[in-house]
Design a protein around this ligand. Structure first.
Ligand code: GLN
Length: 485
């Protein structure tokens, strides 16, 4: 059952081969059996899942089901869920039960998708390895001594081990694409503004974007379609109709112009990763694509600009966590200041504090122009690089990450090295473009991710290109041995 595609599952449900309740039970059993090794799920909502599955079965028998009705999924613990804890990987929100659903949560409920639980993540989505979570690190199912990537590491690891066929994620600088790459699955982050941020706990509001994880592009297309759409409760939401992503999957890619940015194939790229990407490029050529070299000259400025903009925004967003209105509160505060200081001091972890300090500094009166303003100007240059590239090519292709999954603890004490694992993904968020990662082979036994970037609103094209590649290859069907059959 756990190896079936979403459309096979949907067919099976309609044909009465199995019920949604049985489907939920079988994945809940996988979570119970395998998650102790992975630590990818922080809250299992078995009872609610079975109730939702029962309701889905009724819809299915009444004939008013849509494609996701009765399909189980795991939800990143950054999306608010009414009546279910939303902890965002932090001690600060360990006891937080949102009084409302995020728009994405609601949309998936309305579609009839069955939430099995909430996934582990880096604290407030700050990290690239899932090691900053208050709930402990997630393990990579391909090698339990390695990280799954972050910040959506729980979602990526769970889908890689097939503990759920689908999972949600968010991506501020790479948090969907990087863990998808390190876990050997498909992950897509759409154009900024496509998925509502209402009820999605804010890290860096001008960069944060929700998206989808699945084994394949065809499956991810279905989840993404259900998540997208205009939301008047999010002022940055885009009022444009959502395309039926799954209908364009089989379009031909003959003549597709693919650009390879020379900056993404230079120093720091692991030779095994480079070799896998090379082979994939050959595959695209066989499918009729035309490949050419391009340049994104300001690429090297993306990580430094991001580490000014993202901390600046988070320092403001996280100021609401003050120990007064919700979340963690220290014991016996002496006075108001002590309450603020100790609640925040005890509630936040080291990485979050580092970012708040960097951000507060960058925004302070004497430094605003030198750092924040400068970073915003660099952001504009990066956008222009992409605009120029997309005048010449349809899709930009490269590695998602410079290396395969690294060892737990390997980069934990060196934030700068950790930050560099998003070197190829971050510019896409600064520009607000859609991007995705798909499995493209292995290096040293570990999955390699291929990064595809499209122009604004090109989600449909990205999914189509990924799907055509997946029809010609079988990397996306591989399941880590310990979690197979
Ligand atoms: N790894 C990056 C960071 O730590 C990106 C995280 C994300 O996309 N949420 O900020």
């Amino acid at each position: 059952m756990f190896q079936k595609t979403i459309s096979e599952l949907a067919k099976g449900l309609r044909a009465g081969e199995f019920s949604s309740v049985e489907l939920a039970q079988s994945f809940l059993a996988r979570i119970q059996a395998h998650d102790p090794q992975l630590n990818s799920v922080v809250t299992v909502t078995a009872e609610a899942a079975l109730a939702a599955a029962g309701a889905a079965d009724e819809r299915l028998s009444n004939g008013d089901a849509v494609l996701l009705t009765g399909i189980p999924y795991l939800h990143k613990d950054i999306f608010c869920t009414e009546g279910v804890r939303t902890a965002c990987g932090s001690r600060m929100l360990d006891s937080f039960e949102a009084p409302y659903d995020a728009t994405v949560t609601l949309k998936l409920k309305e579609a009839g998708a069955v939430m099995l639980g909430k996934t582990n993540m880096d604290e407030f989505a700050m990290g690239s390895s899932n090691e900053t979570s208050f709930y402990g690190p997630v393990k990579n199912p391909w090698d339990l001594e390695r990280v799954p990537g972050g910040s959506s590491g729980g979602s990526a690891a769970a889908v890689a081990a097939r503990l759920a066929p689908l999972a949600t994620g968010t991506d501020t600088g790479g948090s969907i694409r990087q863990p998808a790459a390190l876990c050997g699955i498909t992950g897509i982050k759409p154009t900024y503004g496509r998925v509502s941020r209402y009820g999605m706990i804010a890290f860096a509001s001008s960069l944060d974007q929700g998206g989808a994880f699945a084994a394949s592009a065809a499956d991810a297309a279905l989840l993404l379609e259900a998540m997208c759409g205009f939301d008047e409760r999010d002022s940055t939401s885009l009022d444009r109709p959502v395309e039926a992503y799954s209908e364009r999957l089989d379009d031909g890619i003959d003549g597709l112009r693919i650009g390879l940015p020379k900056e993404y194939f230079g120093e720091g790229l692991d030779p095994g990763v480079a070799a896998a990407i090379d082979t994939a490029v050959g595959e695209f050529e066989k499918l009729g694509a035309v490949v050419r070299d391009i340049s994104l000259p300001n690429s090297s400025l993306a990580v430094p600009a991001y580490y000014v903009v993202a901390p600046a925004e988070c320092s403001s967003n996280l100021s609401r966590m003050d120990g007064v209105r919700f979340g963690y509160r220290c014991e016996d505060p002496r006075d108001l200041e002590d309450l603020y200081m100790r609640s925040r001091g005890e509630g936040f972890g080291a990485e979050v504090k580092r970012r708040i300090m960097v951000g507060t500094y960058a925004l302070s009166a004497g430094y605003y122009d030198a750092y924040y303003l400068k970073a915003q100007q660099v952001r504009r240059l990066i956008r222009e690089d992409f605009a120029q590239a997309f005048a010449e090519v349809d899709i930009i292709l490269g590695p998602t990450t410079p290396t395969t999954a690294f060892k737990l603890g390997e980069k934990a004490d060196d934030p700068v090295t950790m930050y560099l694992s998003d070197i190829y993904t971050i510019a896409v968020n600064l520009a607000g473009l859609p991007g995705m990662s798909i499995p493209a082979g292995f290096a040293g036994g570990l999955p390699v991710g291929l990064h595809l970037v499209g122009d604004y609103f090109a989600e449909s094209r990205l999914l189509n290109v990924a799907h055509r590649y997946q029809q010609a290859t079988d990397w996306h069907t591989r399941v880590p041995a310990a979690f197979g059959a």
